[in-house]
Design a protein around this ligand. Structure first.
Ligand code: GH3
Ligand code: MG
Ligand code: MG
Length: 386
């Protein structure tokens, strides 16, 4: 059905013929398109909400980073996602490594030592300066080499989004697409900024949690584990050793005549010696072994999958290492140190609770240490059941 009507155009002097059926069809198509868009937007929003929940729930650094790299490219349909973290003194990196984070599993995680390396437009950085905005535009292999060192795809456009916490720049979220129109300088950035703000909060949260965890488990003087860590680890390892039927051994190391060291070198000199001894012990151990300072000038080592013979062998190496050379101190001072070591082992099965077994193992090593002291110091004694 075709009608002639006076349309605004017609008022201008011409008349238009409107095909209602065609108009109807066009409107329907438009409606269907809008519905499709609305559904798509809704779906994107739902995916992002699920992503937000996922990253907020992450309790550890690797879990958070893993979630970001796994989920973000999918939900945001991106072809490259990397994360740069500002880590001035490599504290974050060091602590995460000490906590066992394997960085090789996160090739997209990049560390920089200063905010200037993030590729953001920092402008005049006065105290009142506005926080930097995301930088969107064409991908440039030279300019973006730092943010995308090994892009898996031929990126065409990128967004470098600052990660801000209380106006402090903690890093940047780097998004890449093979679509040249995906990130253009004129594009609104509310959405990526919102996403970056959630990621920044989660990052700061897990990083401070991991730092606290680390501080709670390490000895601040020497950087080796503390007693709390070993107490916990011993229980885990005893249970595992029983399930998997292997031996674990325990070493109690005490520096000989340490009071004299303190008396002659002062407490600070004594502290220096403790750090050096911790380093020498560590140098003789495997990655799976755990070294802790139990307090004072006493160290313990938990050896995994080591029977009494092999533990005594390692102990002898440690003893020799401590005594081998003088320890250098500031002002050209040098001191010669020895240590006594008691070793005990727990073989295979065994009964009793893990707690009772742990106490017994430590007590046995302590008893052997006592014998080493009585027998003249600077020696290794193995615990022998009476
Ligand atoms: P022994 O050969 O019998 O082990 O003799 P010792 O002098 O080492 O005896 P003991 O274990 O009783 O002395 C430990 C000393 O370690 C006492 C204390 O002054 C000192 N000490 C404990 N904690 C620290 C510390 O954190 N730093 C320093 N510098 N000294 C410490
Ligand atoms: Mg002692
Ligand atoms: Mg001592």
């Amino acid at each position: 059905m075709t009608h002639t009507i006076n349309s605004p155009v017609a008022e201008a002097g011409t008349s238009a013929v409107i095909d209602y059926a065609a108009e109807n069809q066009a409107l329907r198509a438009r409606m269907a398109y809008m519905l499709e868009q609305a559904e798509r937007n809704h779906e994107i929003m739902m995916r992002h909400q699920a992503f937000d929940l996922e990253i907020v729930a992450a309790t550890s650094f690797p879990e958070l980073i893993g979630s970001i790299f796994r989920s973000l490219p999918i939900i945001s349909e991106l072809d490259g996602v990397t994360l740069s973290l500002v880590d001035e003194d490599a504290d974050i990196r060091t602590v995460m490594e000490r906590l066992g984070v394997d960085f090789s599993t996160f090739p997209g995680l990049l560390f920089v030592t200063s905010v200037d390396q993030l590729g953001l437009d920092l402008g005049a950085r006065t105290a009142a300066a506005q926080p930097p905005r995301p930088v969107l535009g064409m991908f440039d292999a030279t300019r973006h080499a730092a943010q995308f060192p090994q892009p898996a795809h031929r990126l065409q456009s990128v967004a470098v989004v600052p990660l801000l916490r209380n106006k402090r720049i903690i890093g940047s979220l780097n998004l890449g697409s093979i679509d040249p129109t995906r990130f253009t300088p004129s594009l609104g950035t509310d959405f990526v900024e919102h996403m970056a703000s959630i990621i920044a909060i989660c990052l700061e949260n897990v990083i401070s949690n991991e730092m606290l965890k680390y501080i709670g488990l390490t000895d601040s003087l020497t950087g080796v584990y503390n007693r709390r860590y070993i107490d916990r680890r011993l229980l885990e390892e005893i249970s595992r050793a029983r399930r998997q039927n292997y031996d674990i051994s325990f070493m109690y190391i005490d520096i000989d005549h340490f009071k004299r060291v303190n008396d002659t070198l002062g407490h600070q000199g004594g502290d220096e010696v403790l750090r050096e001894v911790a380093g020498r012990i560590k140098g003789e151990l495997r990655l799976s072994d755990a070294l802790a300072r139990f307090g004072g000038e006493e160290f313990v080592v938990l050896l995994i999958d080591a029977d009494l013979d092999s533990a005594a062998f390692v102990a002898e190496r440690i003893r020799a290492g401590i005594a081998a050379s003088m320890i250098g101190l500031p002002h050209g001072l040098q001191v010669s140190i020895t240590g006594s070591i008691g070793v005990a082992a727990l073989s295979g099965a065994g009964d009793g609770t893990a707690e009772a077994t742990a106490l017994e193992l430590v007590a046995h090593a302590d008893e052997a240490l006592y014998q080493a002291k009585s027998a003249g110091r600077n020696r290794v004694v193995r615990y022998q059941a009476q």
